[in-house]
Ligand binder design. Structure first.
Ligand code: ADP
Ligand code: ZN
Length: 754
């Protein structure tokens, strides 16, 4: 019987294709390896999913695999199986899922294939070029006395040191290259070409630290994790520790234990560019044998990191959500820090949730997983209640003198503005800033709005300037003499001279954005050094520079968006002001309260992390909102309790599962009808008809128009995962019948509801 293989090719089709395995490749083609195949008239690089003997269906002539790209499968079996499950869970084509996980192809691999056809799947951006040859001793033994001179000397040095760059050997032994060649031909030494990592995260050396003595709660948590690692079975924990409670120290100990058992560890963080401190702490503990995976890496660096993991040269990977695909060797531990963070959900292409997928991957491989947060997601809290996650608590801050900051709620309906005259810088906030600056301490002011003024309003008719392509108001930015910008489609244009509706020439800038706040504070406190941190001033590297200045005490007041709320550990920050708490709480999203609460607790957690007590001011027009009341009391468990009760009542996650079908088109009616058709498919399928699945909609999305396209949606909801899958599949069958100009996105377990 002929040998056949299933190959996933990089086309947006959910299924794989069968090819015949030529005899010459029979013992080489294995699952996870890349192969070159004819597809239509093109040649494509695909990934082998499986190999089996079999007969093709009658009358079908299968094409043979043209050639093999990787002598060793590029994807380890564990990872490949995980990716297949991910693909099926998210209704995402396997080719697109593989694309997320594959490294680039190396230059010589591409050369070997010849420049034929279109090579895709795994960015065929070629890497390689500047590479360093490493010599590494093998386990083979030479015949006694058979080696002399430099060959013997080089071999004994390599055996002592493990491996060395050939160039370095040449500094020591004039004839090292010839000696290595000889050793390699005898099988005593292996040569490996590698690219040295050149990453900013590794630019400055990091001295090793001395691990602190664990406090009781940390020790208990570490003990439980070590116990689970020792059993070698999959186990899942929620590390619920207040801000500054020393969760990172728990991670470090857990990783040390994992490495000691010979396995590898994966650490996932929300936005790695904002957490250089975390990487520094890992380097201080484990040295530079870390793969740090982030979006700022060049293709070549990314590939080098990937290869160091795949070959087992490095066993710890740290990265943002895409690190969930890192080929960590012998995966024993997965850590998801700030597991509640929305950035773990990918919102384009394959819409996976990295936290959920971390749980899945760990479960499949028998790894231990630790989700850490000061404000756990309701999903995770519910998993604890159902016994799927074991809870570990760190109830106090780790620094003995540090306590949680005192929180004051400022009701800006009743309390007037300070000397600046803007309601959003109230008198209490102004006074608190004065006091902080006088004491030589630092403050963080958090405001959820970029730009100068969030809206431009006509004095005469009250019309608000909106984006022509999106149903949102335009923000005025100070840049280049004043420009209007849409924060959704990034349109930018000049400030109009007159109102578009009535022609009146009096347009007013309304509201407060971070640019305006920065100005106002700088004017009110001329001696203070004020800086701003938001997406407009800072991408990854610049954000780090601003935070470094903050750490060095070169900034007194840092004004910024969400970027200031992330896990920074800044010792001298004693005041945190939340300028407008209501902005986040009023979004049309069932998670608005949860997310607003998380934001408040996280930003409040930046204050008073050392010996000096911290203070937090929350300005709001809805002081009675539960998210604000519980945040002010630092009562995370009580908020979770309250919010779970609320969710249970309305039947939203974690008490049900959701599948969202997003439909958009240039024409409003076309989009509406398309959504209606998908809803009808979902309603008439067995799951929908039996009411095992609620079909909500079609309805206009809260953000009804974006980039010139009208948006509608159909929300499927069920307590039963299987039933939900059935209904989503039924609705998806309707997609093929839609107008070609309609776009449909299937979003399983959606996070963004706008
Ligand atoms: P979290 O990640 O929970 O917000 P961190 O891990 O950043 O907290 O810890 C807060 C601070 O406490 C850090 O400066 C850390 O070095 C310190 N720390 C952690 N554990 C201990 C300990 N056992 N003893 C003393 N200091 C500690
Ligand atoms: Zn727009």
């Amino acid at each position: 019987m002929p040998l056949l293989c299933e190959v996933a090719v990089p086309v947006p089709l959910a299924r794989a294709f069968s090819y015949e395995v030529p005899e010459a490749l029979a013992d080489k083609i294995r699952p996870g390896a890349r192969v070159l195949c004819e597809f239509g008239r093109r040649k494509l690089v695909g990934v082998v999913l499986g190999v089996a003997e079999g007969e093709p269906a009658a009358g079908v002539r299968l094409k043979p695999v043209a050639s093999l790209v990787d002598p060793e499968p590029v994807l380890p079996e564990e990872l490949l199986a995980f990716l297949r499950e991910l693909s099926s869970y998210y209704f995402a084509p396997i080719g697109e899922v593989l694309r997320l996980a594959l490294p680039a192809m190396e230059r010589d691999q591409v050369r070997a294939l010849g420049a034929q056809g279109e090579l895709s799947l795994g960015r065929v951006k070629q890497v390689g070029g500047k590479r360093i040859a490493y010599a590494k001793p093998t386990d083979a033994l030479e015949a006694p006395g058979s080696l002399k001179g430099q060959a013997a000397a080089v071999l004994s040095l390599l055996r002592a040191s493990g491996e060395a760059p050939v160039a370095r050997l040449e500094e020591k032994f004039g004839n090292a290259r010839a000696a290595v060649k000889k050793l390699a031909s005898l099988g005593l030494v292996e040569l490996e070409e590698r690219e040295p990592p050149r990453d900013a995260f590794f630019a400055v050396p990091e001295p090793r630290d001395t691990p602190p003595e664990l406090n009781e709660a940390q020790a208990a948590a570490v003990g439980r994790i070590e116990g689970a690692l020792g059993e070698g079975k999959s186990a899942a924990f929620l590390l619920f520790g207040v801000t500054g409670s020393g969760k990172t120290e728990v991670y470090l100990r857990a990783i040390a234990a994992c490495l000691a058992s010979g396995r590898g560890a994966l650490v996932m963080v929300p936005e790695i560019a904002l957490t250089p401190q975390l990487v520094a702490r890992f380097r201080a503990r484990f040295g530079d044998d870390l793969a740090v995976m982030h979006s700022g890496l060049s293709e070549a660096d990314r590939h080098a990191m990937w290869k160091r993991l795949r070959t087992g040269a490095v066993r710890v990977a740290i990265g943002a959500r895409s690190a969930v695909f890192a080929p960590v060797p012998g995966l024993g531990l997965v850590i998801v820090d700030e597991e509640h963070d929305g950035s773990f959900k990918q919102e384009e292409g394959v819409r996976y949730h990295a936290r959920d997928m971390a749980l899945l991957r760990a479960h499949r491989t028998g790894a231990v997983v630790v989700l850490g947060s000061a404000t756990p997601s309701l999903e995770s809290v519910e998993l604890v209640r159902r016994g799927k996650l074991a809870e570990l608590r760190l109830p106090d801050r780790a620094h003995r003198e540090a306590t949680l900051p005192e929180v004051q709620i400022v009701d800006i309906r009743r309390i007037g503005p300070g000397p600046i005259g803007n309601k959003l810088v109230s008198l209490p906030l102004h006074r608190a800033l004065e006091k902080t600056l006088a004491a030589g301490e630092q403050a963080i002011l958090f405001l959820n709005r970029r730009g100068f003024a969030p809206s431009v309003v006509c004095e005469a008719c009250g019309q608000v300037a909106t984006c022509l392509a999106c149903s949102v108001s335009l923000t005025w930015h100070r840049t280049r003499g004043g420009r209007l910008r849409c924060h959704y489609c990034d349109w930018e244009g000049p400030m109009p001279e007159a109102c578009a509706a009535c022609g009146w020439k009096g347009l007013e800038l309304e509201g407060l954005g971070t640019e305006r706040l920065e100005d106002a504070i700088a004017q009110a406190f001329p001696n203070a050094r004020v800086a701003r941190l938001d997406r407009d001033v800072a991408d990854g590297a610049k954000a780090e520079a601003i935070l470094a200045r903050m750490r060095a005490g070169e900034i007194d007041v840092l004004v910024g968006t969400q970027m200031v709320t992330k896990g920074h550990d800044l010792g001298n920050v004693t005041l945190v002001g939340v300028v407008n708490a209501d902005a986040a709480l009023s979004l049309p999203d069932f998670r608005a309260a949860e997310r607003g609460f998380q934001l408040l607790v996280q930003v409040a957690g930046r204050a008073g992390r050392r010996d000096r007590p911290g203070r937090v001011l929350i300005q709001t027009r809805t002081p009675e909102h539960p998210a604000i009341m519980f945040a002010a009391k630092h009562d995370v468990p009580a908020f979770l309790e309250y919010e779970l009760h609320d969710r249970a009542e309305v039947g939203y996650p974690p008490f049900s599962r959701l599948g969202l079908l997003r439909v958009d088109a240039i024409d409003e009616e076309v989009a509406r009808q398309a959504a209606g058709k998908l809803a009808a498919y979902a309603r008439t399928c067995p799951e929908g008809a039996s009411r095992a699945v609620d079909v909500l909609g079609p309805s206009a999305a809260p953000l009804a128009r974006l980039r010139g396209r009208y948006r509608f949606r159909v929300l499927l909801r069920s307590k039963d995962r299987r039933a939900l899958r059935g209904a989503v599949a039924a609705a998806a069958r309707g997609i093929a019948e839609l107008d070609r100009n309609v776009r449909v996105v299937i979003d399983i377990d959606p996070v963004a509801m706008l």
